[in-house]
Design a protein around this ligand. Structure first.
Ligand code: BES
Ligand code: MN
Ligand code: MN
Length: 463
């Protein structure tokens, strides 16, 4: 339907570069104004695409950008969700080029070139595909349905203010399906649609020992060292089979039946390539499950960061007074993240020796999600990928989390379709994040097919 011309491609890419230059780091209060600037930039671009009622909606945190194009209220409505905030770029010294000075480089995976910048893939580049696809359809008068766009600025910090916005604006956001591009495909010649997201429970723990850092000669051997204790406690959270040892952790997990697991094995996965891409000699995970299973249908627990004591130059002889860690648990359908957080707290307090005090904070979390694969929307997405890639897409359950997706369904009563275009190797959340130009343009070409097929299938279904 839309084969982008050279000029169009250049234009879209130049605009994406401008978008990526804005450091919309939601986690860092120092970037509050940059986040606002980014929302304003995006709102302008959404207006330019032809949307109406474009608003920058203030929240207690970062603003939400909203826009819509209602062509006929009798036609189906698609609600597009994305996020314009990005992860902090740290560690900055590991970037080959500055994170907010986008550059294009050719790589083996991306021979057509990829754009390097924080947020290139997650999720500015993918969100921007929708803005451009809309612009194309509106300019040609070919938009087949109504569109509502809701792009938030707090996804990477837990979407804390989105729920109340959605609750208060149920009518405004009313739609037939929610469409999100914030996931990936297997590879550029193996398209796939994400059919599952994992849930998340994120904890922060602190162990407090003596009331101050102590001389490790004068006191060493007489008091508990909170870092030593923390290491022992953390290592006990998984057993020799890499099962999480928190009592009740697996209680609600729905086992995936053998037929489904067999079906999963048909999805191409090259373990040697996987190991090579990460420079590791051996994979590791829960006994009895394959690597693709471990990262999609099974829950897990990981330490994300650990700190305490002296970490400056040279050597300082101290017994630290405190030790800290951030620990996340990825969850699967039917596990309740709030229950899991409680089980974690109970267990972690129980295994702590009396020599330390334990303080635990629950950060954000969310439920896992499975998208239906027998819906009209899923069929429309399937047809769209098949058309633009020339190959039927695989259905793949992903390991990442987008906690607001189950919340949308609960509040708006609306299912989601996950049409992502990134690659696992695009280094989201890592240094040198990038997004393939092939993927960016393919996204812009695929989205209009979805809209068209969705409307067509709904009409067919009615007769
Ligand atoms: N876009 C990602 C989630 C994702 C990426 C899902 C790739 C599937 C495939 C999203 O921006 C993200 O990073 N989510 C966080 C959770 C959030 C609450 C910070 C995550 O998964 O860690
Ligand atoms: Mn994202
Ligand atoms: Mn992210």
């Amino acid at each position: 339907m839309y084969n982008l011309s050279k000029n169009q491609k250049k234009q879209y890419l130049d605009e994406l570069i401008d978008f990526l230059k804005l450091p919309s780091i939601s986690a860092d209060p120092e970037f509050k104004n940059s986040v606002i600037d980014t929302a304003q930039w995006l709102a302008k671009s959404v207006s330019k695409a032809g949307c109406e009622n474009v608003e920058i909606i203030k929240t207690k945190g970062h603003p939400i950008v909203y826009g819509e194009k209602i062509i006929d209220i009798k036609l189906p409505t698609i609600l597009i969700y994305g996020h314009y905030d990005v992860q902090p770029p740290d560690p900055i010294n590991l970037w080959d080029s500055p994170p907010f000075e986008p550059i294009i480089k050719k790589t083996k995976t991306h021979p057509e070139g990829a754009i390097y910048a924080r947020g290139a893939c997650d999720d500015k580049g993918q969100t921007f595909m929708h803005v451009k696809a809309l612009e194309l359809m509106i300019s040609k008068n070919e938009l087949p349905c109504n569109i509502k766009l809701m792009i938030e600025g707090e996804e990477e910090v837990g979407s804390n203010n989105l729920e109340s916005f959605v609750i208060e604006n149920k009518e405004k956001l009313k739609s037939d399906v929610i469409l999100i591009s914030d996931t990936g495909i297997l590879s550029n010649n193996k398209p796939s649609i994400t059919t599952g997201l994992r849930g998340l429970s994120y904890m922060e723990v602190k162990l407090v020992g003596p009331n101050r850092d102590l001389h490790s000669g004068l006191y060493g051997g007489t008091v508990a060292n909170p870092i030593n204790i923390l290491c022992e406690m953390i290592s006990s959270l998984k057993d020799e089979n890499n099962k999480v040892t928190i009592p009740g952790f697996y209680e609600d997990v729905l086992d995936v039946n053998i037929d489904e697991r067999k079906e999963m094995q048909k999805i191409p996965f090259d373990i040697d390539k996987f190991k090579k891409s990460l420079n590791i000699n051996l994979t590791s995970g829960e006994k009895g499950f394959t690597t693709p299973e471990r990262k999609s249908i099974r829950p897990t627990l990981d330490v994300n960061g650990i700190w305490g004591g002296y970490i400056g130059e040279g050597a300082k002889t101290v017994i630290p007074s405190e030790a800290n860690a951030k620990i996340s648990m990825r969850l699967v359908p039917n596990q309740n993240w709030k229950k899991i957080s409680k089980l974690f707290i109970k267990h972690f307090k129980k295994i702590a020796p009396k020599s330390v005090q334990v303080k635990i904070k629950t950060h954000h979390g969310g439920q896992a999600y499975l998208t239906p694969t027998d819906s009209i929307a899923y069929k429309a997405a399937h047809m769209a990928y098949e058309k633009s890639f020339g190959k039927a897409p695989y259905s793949v359950r992903d390991g990442g989390s987008i906690p607001i997706v189950p919340m949308f369904e609960e509040i708006l009563g609306c299912k989601t379709v996950l049409m992502g275009f990134g690659l696992d190797s695009d280094a989201i959340h890592s240094p040198n994040e990038h997004f393939g130009l092939f993927n960016f343009f393919k996204g812009i070409e695929t989205i209009p097919y979805f809209h068209k097929n969705f409307v067509k299938l709904i009409k067919q279904n009615k007769v």
